[in-house]
Design a protein around this ligand. Sequence first.
Ligand SMILES: [Zn+2]
Length: 168
Amino acid sequence: MGWLVRCPFCKEDRDKVVDSRSSDGGRIIRRRRQCLVCKRRFTTYEKTGESFKLYVVKKDSSRVPYDRDKVVAGLQKACYKREVSAEQIRHIADKVEEDIFKNFDKEVSSAFIGESVMRHLRGVDKVAYIRFASVYRDFKDAGELIEEVSQIIQESEYDGQPKLFDEP
Ligand SMILES: [Zn+2]
């Protein structure tokens, strides 16, 4: 309290909170707000009662305010037509935010976020993981992608499958 929240779009300071959630074991409170002037929605983060602004540093070194919606949108795209529920996506986004907030206060690289998403997505849906990885990891050539895919296929073949032959 006592700090002013300004709309990132029109810079007015009148808004209402439409949703609040905590992450990082309650250390971070994320509030979804709606500007009463321009009606657009934005998210703020508070840590132990203070607001903080986290920026994402992109590959071209430009900085943009961290936005959970972008993480969720990336996940939704990767999980398109896969059997991954909205709840699972929210859960992955929570895990990713935990990773981010545990490690960074002011700036986080987009590469860190991408790697974190991949780490948590990998165990949930392998196809979605490959989709996401192919965009975010920037595979240098098809060979690299094929290597990653075949490694995953190998893993899933060994996942809980009975052995073909019993050990002597
Ligand atoms: Zn506004």
